[in-house]
Design a protein around this ligand. Structure first.
Ligand code: ACO
Length: 185
């Protein structure tokens, strides 16, 4: 996913972690620094465009990820950029993973309600042209380390078929106890 501005300069690392402040990361020494407000606008554009692409890929009626939603929630977004060698360009974004803690009442297999507050996978998207190349796994692995959680401790908000297969393949996660109601990301 390409943008009119320089993604490589805006996101110096392969994976950028964004929270509700949507702070532009520190730039590499020697890189010219545009006004901070312009950089934040660029970050917001990336978040909005990723949210739209993810919604489209999942056939959702509207994006569940946007800059304004990020600013009003305590979610964390891991953004993966393309670092493959390419002729001097402006860089590209490959995808993202969004997580956040949610209070949930879950039904266990005896149909009892339990209140828990797990880390939830809220949104996850890798660009169509780059799916099944290991990028999703790279992002997921990075998130698990940063958040210090094990895959089986996560809650997943309405996983897609692709995500179910992904979790099964990489983390052997299989059994799910369907819940009465979903929750909003
Ligand atoms: N069909 C079936 N399984 C798939 C597909 C697909 N088109 N794409 C990925 N997978 C699963 C498979 O298990 C695959 O292994 P395989 O190729 O050996 O069958 C495995 O994922 C590949 O792993 P990665 O390459 O690391 O995953 P990828 O980079 O493709 O990222 C993701 C996975 C994020 C699910 C990606 O496929 C995607 O963006 N899909 C569309 C959007 C989506 O469904 N997002 C999840 C929404 S649900 C939620 O966020 C709570």
């Amino acid at each position: 996913m390409e943008f009119s501005f320089d993604v490589d300069a805006l996101l110096p690392e392969r994976i950028t972690v964004l929270d509700q402040h949507l702070r532009p990361p520190a730039r590499r020494p020697g890189t010219t620094t545009p006004a901070r407000v312009d950089l934040q606008q660029q970050i917001m554009t990336i978040v909005d465009e990723l949210g739209k692409a993810s919604a489209k890929a999942q056939h959702l009626p509207a994006p569940i990820t946007s800059a304004s939603r990020m600013q009003s929630n305590r979610h964390v977004m891991y953004v993966l950029k393309d670092t493959s060698a390419r002729p001097a360009g402006k860089g590209a974004v490959i995808g993202f993973l969004k997580v956040g803690y949610k209070k949930l009442f879950v039904l266990d297999d005896r149909e009892a309600h339990n209140e828990v507050e797990p880390l939830c996978i809220l949104d996850f998207y890798i660009h169509e042209s780059l799916q099944r190349h290991g990028h999703g796994r790279e992002l997921f692995h990075y998130m698990l380390q940063k958040e210090r959680v094990e895959p089986h401790q996560l809650a997943i908000d309405r996983p897609s078929q692709k995500l179910l297969k992904f979790l099964n393949k990489h983390y052997n996660l299989e059994t799910t106890v369907p819940q009465v109601r979903g929750f909003k990301g």
